[in-house]
Design a protein around this ligand. Structure first.
Ligand SMILES: Cc1cc2nc3c(=O)[nH]c(=O)nc-3n(C[C@H](O)[C@H](O)[C@H](O)COP(=O)(O)OP(=O)(O)OC[C@H]3O[C@@H](n4cnc5c(N)ncnc54)[C@H](O)[C@@H]3O)c2cc1C
Length: 290
């Protein structure tokens, strides 16, 4: 199908984009890589009077190391994240997840900002940002504010982003010595969204036990979420196979997947268990340097 008609706006500056969004609040929509929005428009699930294409704001495309953080412009393509040496060397969790988003065509067009802000619980990068405790910079008519990924997601396709706000930057930590991350995704075919996926980040303390655990889940339930049950169980304990397995059982018990054409509730829970064990085990091995 063709989308309903809309007016196409291509602002030259971030300031112009925000101004236009403010003046046309409720009737305009930001367009970045178009990989989620265009299919929605073509299927006529939604329509807008104005599409504000921010793709020309090249100042919002960068990857910059700053101390123990990496700042990523929202318009950076998912494919650029996957290829970036800075990210591969210093944040394997993000690089690993980016390489598993869709296929190379989608990754070459889709942006990290669009992936994180869309609010689709099947998107991979929100779980990574939850596991990394990333910060989102939102720029609107009254300036910028920083929001932790942990409080950004409200419901399916519903986030803390205001109508006239643009996600401009994402800050993630460098994964230091003694910490590790991994993203494990199970999908039916190459390029698909996941049936379930888990992003795991752990640190090992001086006692050799788990200091921090952040375990986030994709495609199970209405939003990407962290499993407090698994995290609380792991903290302070040895990251042994037995403890990882017990933590994942707690995560699976509290998960509420919906049955759909991709599988029954019990099938999805079993997949979640398998990807959960693999992700936490892999993150642990990386933290231990094995
Ligand atoms: C065939 C196919 C398979 C896919 N498989 C996967 C997958 O396996 N895993 C996965 O994670 N994703 C998948 N995707 C989604 C893809 O990663 C999209 O690129 C991503 O969800 C949106 O990024 P975008 O830049 O294309 O955003 P757009 O489609 O342009 O926008 C998406 C939404 O975000 C808003 N938006 C975009 N950028 C900003 C911003 N900077 N500030 C505020 N609002 C903004 C838009 O208004 C819109 O509501 C798939 C897409 C397709 C078409």
């Amino acid at each position: 199908m063709y989308p309903q008609s809309f007016e196409y706006i291509s602002p030259r500056t971030l300031k112009d984009a925000v101004k236009f969004l403010k003046e046309h609040e409720g009737e305009s929509k930001i367009l970045a890589g178009g990989q989620s929005l265009i299919p929605i428009l073509k299927m006529r699930f939604a329509s807008f009077g104005y599409l504000v294409d921010i793709g020309g704001l090249q100042d919002l495309s960068y990857i910059k190391r700053e101390g123990d953080s990496i700042r990523i412009g929202a318009l950076t393509r998912t494919g650029e994240i996957e290829e970036s040496q800075e990210i591969r060397m210093n944040n394997i969790l993000l690089a690993e997840a980016a390489s598993q988003v869709a296929d190379s065509q989608v990754r070459n067009m889709g942006t990290v900002g669009g992936n994180c802000v869309h609010g689709d619980p099947g998107n991979d990068l929100p779980s990574v940002m939850l596991a990394l405790d990333a910060t989102y910079k939102l720029t609107g008519p009254d300036g910028s504010r920083e929001v932790p990924a942990s409080s950004f997601y409200k419901d399916s396709y519903s986030t803390d982003l205001g109508d006239a706000e643009i996600l401009t930057e994402i800050t993630v930590p460098v994964i230091e010595h003694g910490s590790g991350g991994a993203y494990v995704k199970h999908k039916r075919r190459s390029g698909d969204f996941s049936i379930a996926a888990v992003a795991a980040y752990v640190t090992i303390n001086e006692m050799g036990n788990c200091g921090t655990a952040r375990i986030a889940v994709t495609s199970i339930g209405p939003i990407n979420f962290r499993s407090k049950e698994a995290e609380d169980f792991l903290i302070g304990k040895k990251l042994s196979d037995q403890n990882i397995s017990k933590a994942v059982d707690l995560m699976v018990d509290s998960a509420e997947p919906a049955a759909d054409p991709y599988g029954s509730v019990s099938f999805k829970k079993e997949i979640l268990r398998l990807v959960g064990i693999e992700a936490i085990s892999k993150a642990t091995d990386r933290a231990l340097g094995v």
